[in-house]
Design a protein around this ligand. Structure first.
Ligand SMILES: *Cc1c(COP(=O)(O)O)cnc(C)c1O
Length: 381
């Protein structure tokens, strides 16, 4: 027997409290019980997303939330500005194109970011942009983008700022109302410590105004129809009942920890992971602000990144992630978001030392673990 560890940047481990809550017999969604549960979830999400706005829950993976954001805010032929510095940035552009929305791309090499002044420039130079799309945490490269700066650049314009926060909600600070973000999209299986299957869309007044005029086709993903019922604690269609039950439990755990502590924990675990990786002489893929959700590591010369994750799996029964698209084979990615604590990092780095040694890399035993321990010990318990 080898104990299994899920250490990918999504899906992430689900805590026992949440699993047990979800093990209860299914309740019907048109009952006072469901309405009471949903009322608690609505309040919890306002707290988590730092907003007074309602959040729409959709039974979909995170990409469903991204598609809903595009389909509900734009019309055929509209122009969008897409920050494209990774695979998820490319996904925004692909969704827009699938819906016949014109894409003006702001590209940066993978591993880098797009500074906010480029967004401001693009908005003044290219007229008629209706929406700016970006990631907060670009999970494919491990970079945290400057959403606060993008919001400042967008605020004075007619465009809305749509943020894919799938791997940053409950991980990195994203005060929606204070920063002036117009749409926050999230998913259940990353920082929220839940199984995959729920997507979240939260819209500002500016975004809801756009929804009323938007002409792109939509049916299941009709956010306005959902909103009419959300305020009555009712679902439009059959919701992912078990995951909503789990969400209430996960929100209670996050509330008990406190939002500031949740962000501090992720920051500490990410710094410990990076310190460990660098202590082995490895290079981080992120050349801009690194994401607290995930660490992307450049695979050492002569070692294919796919072999690193395959060896994690075959020798240690640990799931990590490889590189997506053109980064395949060049990087491997360690997730540290959601239900993670100090010693998960120690496990991941201990295994990394073993894996690299097995693949012929000269490992100074304990170097990664030791460097991480120093960061973890900073904290007064
Ligand atoms: C995981 C993720 C998504 C959504 O992926 P799904 O597989 O559709 O859940 C979107 N954006 C980012 C940044 C992600 O990390």
């Amino acid at each position: 027997m080898k104990k299994y560890y899920l250490m990918a940047p999504g899906p992430t481990p689900v805590p026992n409290q949440v699993l047990l809550a979800m093990a209860h017999p299914i309740i019907h969604h048109r009952t006072p019980e469901y309405e009471a549960l949903f009322a608690r979830v609505r309040e919890g999400l306002k707290w988590l997303i730092q907003t007074t706005q309602e959040t729409i829950l959709l039974a979909a993976s995170g990409t469903g939330g991204m598609e809903a954001a595009v389909a509900n805010t734009l019309s055929p032929g509209d122009k969008s500005l897409v920050i494209r510095a990774g695979k998820f940035g490319e996904r925004w552009a692909e969704i827009c194109q699938a819906y016949g929305v014109e894409v003006v791309a702001l590209d940066a090499p993978f591993g880098h970011t797009v500074p906010a002044d480029r967004v401001a420039d693009a908005l003044t130079k290219s007229s008629g942009i209706r929406a700016v799309f970006c990631q907060h945490s670009e999970t494919s490269t491990g970079v945290l983008h400057d959403v606060k700066g993008y919001a400042e650049a967008t605020r004075g314009s007619d465009a809305i700022l749509v943020v894919d926060a799938v791997s940053s909600l409950g991980v990195a600070d994203l005060p929606m109302d204070a920063w002036g973000v117009d749409v926050v999209v999230a998913g259940s299986q990353k920082g929220l410590m839940l199984p995959p299957g729920l997507a979240f869309c939260t819209l500002s007044d500016k975004a809801w105004a756009l929804v009323k005029r938007a002409r792109l086709p939509r049916y299941y993903f009709d956010l306005l129809e959902e909103k009419k019922l959300v305020v009555k604690n009712q679902p439009h269609f059959t919701p992912a009942v078990s995951i909503v039950v789990g969400l209430a439990a996960a929100l209670a755990m996050l509330q008990a920890e406190g939002l500031a502590n949740v962000f501090k924990r992720h920051d500490r675990l990410a710094r410990a992971t990076r310190a460990g990786v660098e202590a082995l002489g490895l290079e981080l893929f992120a050349k801009a602000t690194p994401s607290p959700a995930i660490t992307a590591v450049v695979s050492p010369k002569g070692i294919d990144g796919e072999r690193v994750l395959a060896t994690f799996a075959s020798s240690h029964n640990i799931t990590i992630a490889g590189g997506q698209g053109e980064m395949k084979g060049k990087v491997f990615r360690l997730g540290h978001m959601g239900y993670v604590g100090d010693f998960d990092v120690v496990v991941a780095l201990g295994a990394l030392e073993q894996v690299l040694a097995e693949l012929g890399y000269p490992v100074d035993w304990g170097a990664a673990v030791g460097a991480a321990q120093k960061v973890l010990a900073e904290r007064a318990p």
